[in-house]
Structure formats: C-alpha cells, structure tokens
Design a binder for this molecule. Sequence first.
Ligand SMILES: NC(=O)c1ccc[n+]([C@@H]2O[C@H](COP(=O)([O-])OP(=O)(O)OC[C@H]3O[C@@H](n4cnc5c(N)ncnc54)[C@H](OP(=O)(O)O)[C@@H]3O)[C@@H](O)[C@H]2O)c1
Length: 305
Amino acid sequence: MAEMRMDERLALAAVGPPMEYDAKRIRKAVDGKVVLITGASYGQGEATAKLLAKHGAIVVLAARTRPKLDEVASEIILAGGRAHTYAVDMGDLKAVDKFAAAVVKDLGRVDVLVHNAGKSLRRSAFRSALRPQDMESMVGVNFLGPMRLTLALLPHMRKQGGAHIVNIATAGLLMPNAPRWGFYIATKDGFDKWIRSVAMESRNYGVTVTSLYAGHIKSRMVATGWVARMPGHTPEQAARTVAYAITRRPRTMAPRGLRELGVVSTVFEGPLELTLSLVDRRSGETKASDAAFTAAMGVAGKADV
Ligand SMILES: NC(=O)c1ccc[n+]([C@@H]2O[C@H](COP(=O)([O-])OP(=O)(O)OC[C@H]3O[C@@H](n4cnc5c(N)ncnc54)[C@H](OP(=O)(O)O)[C@@H]3O)[C@@H](O)[C@H]2O)c1
C-alpha cells in the first residue's frame, strides 16, 4: 500500500468510512463467489478486483479499455486468482444488456455486484452547452447504465437465492449543493435514490444493497488541479472500504460527521448557496475546459463564466 503523509493518515482515521482489513472475514464473504465490478480497469475498481481476487473471489472486470482490463486480469491470474474481462461502455444500454447476458451465460450467477464505473465533471453550465456529449455520457455511465445492469441481473439474483449490491456513490451527495458539479451530483444522486428504492423491494428476496458515500480517492479521476492536493484514500485503501461493504453489508457507509453536516446545511441552505455562489465568482474553470472553450468560441478563454 502506498505511503501516506501523517496529516492524510489522521484525516482518514478521523473521517472514515471504515476500511477495516479482516482477511478471514473477506475470504468468508467472497471465496468462490462471482463478484462483478464495473470500472475495474483503473482506480478503486482495479484495486478492489485485486483485493477480492486475492481472497478467492472469481472477479468479473468490466470497463471500456480492453488492454487495461487484460493487464489487470493477467496480474490477478499470475498471482493465482481468477478473473474474467468484458469490454463494455456502460453508456451503451444495448451493450449493457448483452454484457449482463454474457456474464450469466459464462459464469451462471453474480453474487456481488459493485457499481463502481463512473465519470466526474466540474464545469459551468454556461460552458456545458458546447459539450452535450459529456452530458449524455455522464447520464449513461452514472445513471442509466447501472440501472439497466441491475434490472438485467436482479431476476438471476432472486432465482439463485440472494446477492449483494454495492453502489459507489459520493460523499458529495451528503454535502451542500456545489456550483459546477451539477451533472455529476445529479446523476450520482439519481441512481442512488433509485437503488435505495429498489433495496426496499429486493431485500424481501435476499438481495441487499449498500450505498457507499465515498470520500476523496486519489485516482485518475481527480489527478489534476486543486482536487489532486486534497487528502484522500489511495485506491488500495478505498478498496478496503468496498470490502467492508461486502463483508458487513451495511445499508449505507459514509465519512463520519457528514450526515450531521448535511442536516446543518439544509437548515442554512439559503445563506450557504449565496456564499458558494460568491466563492464561485472567484474560482476558474479547469485548464482543459478553458482550452476547449477558447477553441470552440475563437475567443480568449477568460475563466469567469
Ligand atoms: N475519485 C474520487 O475522489 C471519488 C469520490 C467519490 C466517489 N467516486 C466514485 O468512485 C468510482 C470509481 O472512481 P475512481 O476514482 O476509481 O475513478 P477512475 O480511476 O477514473 O475509474 C473510473 C472507472 O470507470 C470506468 N468507466 C468510465 N466510464 C465508463 C463507461 N462509459 N463504461 C464503462 N466503464 C467506464 C473507467 O474505465 P474505462 O475508462 O476503461 O472505461 C475506470 O475503470 C466512481 O463511481 C466515482 O464516481 C470517486
């Protein structure tokens, strides 16, 4: 596991979510079980696949980047584990249906489903008009794709007598609304609300659901700008939080204190929104967004819109 600065260590110990490492317990929960992880080519998904395979899980790795999936699978197999790869774009709903059918045909069952694939975006609404394709791909991977995959697998999970689903949501859903994160928060929240509703039905036939409101993870997703400097879990540490979700099956998991903060922020919603709006006036777009805007409009990309 990568070394952490002392302040990061303290921050993580203080806020969680829990990343207890109980090898026996993990093995008991996943040994010989089929664990499907979307977004397993990089970051938290890759680390989770490696951790669970080490404890006997038959991992099903899904993402778009075929060579990277094969690389992760080879590493797992060379270490004595079992892994299967499926290249799929979660935004392509027909492809998601085919993927689900192929997994059931090839492996017969899915005991644990980890909805981990995701796309993040910080961009003003003003500039988003130039990139409608980003809006569509976010709705696909964060909302419709995981919904479709759940619907395709639920009948099999019910027939086999139960399963567990982990939804990798974000701690941002428990915090005050933030400017420029609208697409990300809305799509992650939409799916989480949907799966929490499904959870109330599916527990009656043995399919339980954990929503993991993940804190900051130092992955490819947040590799640039000020977010890259924030303290957070390494993907390997984040994988332990996912393992905790699978072994203990809590209804939800979140960094400590965030729910309380959520209640306070609801009470003070008006003043908070005003403050964040004032802060937003002073903060800029990302360099990539500036460049895209400049190219599209043929104007100097001043970062104040
Ligand atoms: N990083 C954070 O601070 C943070 C905080 C809270 C929650 N999360 C959530 O944690 C999860 C994992 O993110 P990460 O931090 O590990 O980011 P990451 O390293 O960027 O990994 C994202 C994964 O999703 C896959 N993916 C993206 N679009 C896809 C698509 N259309 N179809 C199929 N797979 C797709 C990517 O693979 P391909 O590119 O190969 O398709 C990759 O494997 C996400 O759901 C994210 O929202 C992250």
